[in-house]
Design a protein around this ligand. Structure first.
Ligand SMILES: C[S@@+](CC[C@H](N)C(=O)[O-])C[C@H]1O[C@@H](n2cnc3c(N)ncnc32)[C@H](O)[C@@H]1O
Length: 243
């Protein structure tokens, strides 16, 4: 069944703004550079992909939004990872943008055009539940429409084994969207993580840092992007009761 597009957005200086959350989709300084700094570098993806020893790498994201994080990750993968390996990018979005809105938002990034075109052609057929999209036979996107915690708790999109290699924690600021940053999500992250799993997020909120530490992530604060002084990233070190 076709999906119901429920995002409530307005445009400010040509950039999407979420009226319902009073928050931006990405940094007004430069969303693309923010994605590279926070999510790609925060998870050390270029280095890991250049030396990848496995056939598969899985990223899990909360809050797909305009797809900017996905498209930047896919572009880096195609440029750095071994040809025979496949990237599986899993993302969850509760309030999907319409095709017209997402097309307009992505016009901001001409350097991603080679991927934007095949992406929009597939996004046009977005379904309720999970839609699977393929790019160059080397990148698979599983986009689930629903709440992030509920989706990751159900086994509809994630396997039962701890196989997530990198987490992208997006989803508006915890102060403006507290229900997304809940304990149940962090507990599920731990269950799906292993000793090589990393995470990165634009926020440096103390509650997020403490929650991630509690479930077994080693968390570090580093310089944020643009106006954001700090962000969080780190890796899973496990805890006695996590697995
Ligand atoms: C800051 S935007 C994400 C930007 C995005 N990563 C990008 O590349 O454009 C946050 C996204 O999280 C979504 N979101 C908010 N609460 C959510 C929830 N509980 N579950 C899933 N998605 C959620 C919003 O609708 C929005 O699209």
């Amino acid at each position: 069944m076709p999906v119901k597009h429920s995002a409530l957005i307005e445009w400010r200086d040509g950039q999407p703004y979420a009226s319902a959350f009073q928050d931006v989709y990405f940094s007004t300084d430069n969303g693309l550079l923010e994605t590279e700094h926070v999510f790609l570098q925060g998870n050390h993806l270029a280095r890991r992909w250049q030396t990848l020893q496995t056939q598969r790498f899985t990223i899990a994201e909360t809050g797909f939004g305009t797809g900017l994080n996905f498209l930047c990750a896919a572009k880096l993968w195609l440029a750095t990872a071994p040809k025979e390996a496949r990237l599986h990018f899993i993302s969850v979005e509760k309030y999907p943008l319409s095709l017209a809105e997402i097309s307009m938002a992505l016009q901001l990034w001409p350097s991603l055009m080679d991927l934007i075109e095949p992406f929009l052609a597939q996004y046009a057929h977005l379904l309720r539940g999970t839609s699977s999209m393929l790019f160059d036979h080397r990148v698979q996107l599983s986009l689930c429409i629903g709440d992030a915690t509920t989706a990751y708790q159900s086994h509809a999109i994630t396997p039962t084994k701890p196989v997530i290699d990198a987490w992208f924690l997006d989803g508006f600021s915890p102060a403006k969207n507290p229900t997304m940053w809940q304990a149940a999500l962090f507990e599920k992250m731990a269950l799906l993580s292993n000793s090589k799993t990393t995470f990165a997020t634009f926020t440096s909120a103390g509650a997020v840092r403490r929650a991630l530490t509690q479930v077994g992530f080693a968390v570090i604060k580093q310089a944020g992007f643009g106006k954001k002084r700090e962000m969080l990233c780190g890796h899973f070190i496990g805890s006695a009761d996590a697995h």
